[in-house]
Design a protein around this ligand. Structure first.
Ligand code: F3S
Length: 79
């Protein structure tokens, strides 16, 4: 997890996001990783193997951008 400052637009204090990846949908585009390098983990073939779970607030916008960037809509993010 990187620790450098970033522009996060999260209004609610204490908000975390929950992410989950549907490995059946992931085809290895790797755009999620490009948009969310501190959130998403790929295996050696480029498939998203990020474990489902809570994302810290400072990474919430990366998580959302990564999810939106996936052409297969393999990533679910929820508040
Ligand atoms: Fe897979 Fe989508 Fe990322 S297809 S590698 S979850 S951009």
């Amino acid at each position: 997890m990187g620790g450098h400052p970033r522009d996060v637009h999260a209004g609610d204090q204490g908000l975390t996001m929950r992410i989950s990846v549907d490995s059946d949908k992931c085809t290895g585009h790797a755009l999620c990783r490009a948009a969310g390098p501190n959130v998403y983990v790929l295996d050696e073939l480029g498939f998203n193997v990020t474990p489902a779970g809570e994302v810290p607030l400072e990474l919430a916008d990366e998580a959302v951008r990564g999810a939106l960037s996936c052409p297969e809509s393999a990533i679910t993010v929820e508040d």
